[in-house]
Write a protein that binds this ligand. Sequence first.
Ligand code: EPZ
Length: 432
Amino acid sequence: MDQYIIKGGKPLQGEVVISGAKNAALGILAAAIMTDGTVVVDNLPCVRDIKVLLQAIEQIGAKVERVDCNTVKISGNYIDSVVIDYEFIRKIRASYYLLGALLGKYKRAKVALPGGCNIGSRPIDQHIKGFEALGASVKIEHGMIEASADKLVGSHIYLDVVSVGATINIMLAACMAEGTTILENTAKEPHVVDVANFLNSMGADIKGAGTDIIRIKGVEKLHPTEYSIIPDQIEAGTFMLAAAATKGDVLIKNVIPKHLDAITAKLLEMGATVEELDDAVRVKGPEKLGSTHVKTLPYPGFPTDMQPQTAAALAVSSGTSIVTESIFENRFKYVDELSRMGASIKVEGNSAIIDGVDNLTGAIVRAPDLRAGAALVIAGLVAEGYTQIEQVENIERGYENFEKKLQGLNADIEKISGDDEKAIKKFKFKVG
Ligand code: EPZ
C-alpha cells in the first residue's frame, strides 16, 4: 500500500493542467461498446478506475487498444458475453454502466450488484425502475442483476431521486429503444452532458441533457466516433481549494470555468480571489480563510464530491462553518482523521460544525475514500510538520499523477511504498 509523505506549510505556486473527467469517462467508455466499430476516446484520465473498467470491457470480448495512458480504441464487434463479474463491480461501482450499455445494444445483460461503499448505501433502484419502464424484465439473484427484453420501447420515466448514475444508465439503455423516452428529474452534472454528447456523436438522438428533462429518440444503430473527454470539474475544484488553503497562487489550466461556478462562489465567500480566463482559473489564497456555510446539492449546486476538500480548508479558517451533506448519508468519515491533525469538527446528523483552528499538525492518517483522501492531502499541505497518508490507492482512483502535479506546484510531497521500510523509517520520527 503506497503512502504520501507531505511536509506542510508551503504555499502552492505555479500552474497545473487538469485531466479528463473520470465520471464522464466511465459512462463514455461503457457507451463505446454500443457500436460495432472502433471508437477512439482521448483525454482519458490515467487513473485506476478507468483501467478497471477497460479490463471489464475486455473481459466481455471487446477489443481494447490503449494507444497511450490518455487514449483508447474500443471495438465492440468482438463482444461475446454480456456477463460482468463481481470482481469488477467490487473495484468500481460504475461498471454497472455496462448494464445499460449491454441491455441497450443486445437487449440483455447480467452484472453483479454493487455493494454500498464508504459514503453510503448507494442503491440502484432508480436504474432498475428505468430499465423496467423500457420493457426489460429485471431479476436479482445470487448477487447478480439480470436484465433482458425482447425489445425496448421508449417510455416516460420520472426519477424519484436526482441520480447521475441512473440518468446515464437509462440514457444508455434507451438510445436504441423503439420510440421516444422522456426522462424527467434528471441529473444535470457536466459529466452527464458529456455522455449525452458522446452518444450523439455516435448517432444517438438525445436532447435536453443538462436540464431536468431529457428526450431520447431511439435510433436503429450507433456508429463509431472519435471523442475527447471534458476536463474534470472535481479535480479542478480540488486544486482550487488546495491553492486557497495554502495561501497559494495557482493557475489551474484546461478547465471549463462555468462548471466551477458553485466552487468559485464559495471560495470568494471564504476570502480567496478567483480570476476566470477562457479555459483556466487563477486562485489566490488570503492570509487567513474566512468561514462560510456549505450545503451539497445536485448540479449546479455545490458538488458533494467537493465536500470533504472544502471542510479541510475550513478547518483552518477563522470562525465557525457548517457543512451539510444532503446527497449521501455517510460522507464525514474523514472528520476523525482531520481531528487527529488538530481540527475541531463536530458531526451532528448530516452536518459538520467546523470551528476553525490556527493550525493543524502533521500526523499519520488513512484515506478512507477518494475525496476524503484528497481532503487529507489538503490538510497535510497546510499542517505544521509531516503528514503520512496511508491507502493512497483510494486517492489515485480519481486523481492522475496527483503527487507529481502537487510537486509541480512547489508542494513538499512524495509517494513511498508501504513496504519500503527505509523510507518509512526516514519519515517515522518526523511524523511524531
Ligand atoms: C456519481 O455517483 C459519482 N460517481 C459520485 O462521485 C458522485 O458523488 C455522485 O454521482 C453525486 O454527484 C460516478 O459518476 C462514477 P447518484 P452515483 O446516483 O451515480 C441516491 C466520486 O468521488 N440514489 O447521483 O452513484 C443515492 O443513494 C464519486 O467521484 C438512489 O436512491 O450517485 C444518493 O443519495 C463518489 N437510487 C443520490 O441518489 C438510485 O437508484 C445521488 O446518487 C441511485 C441513486
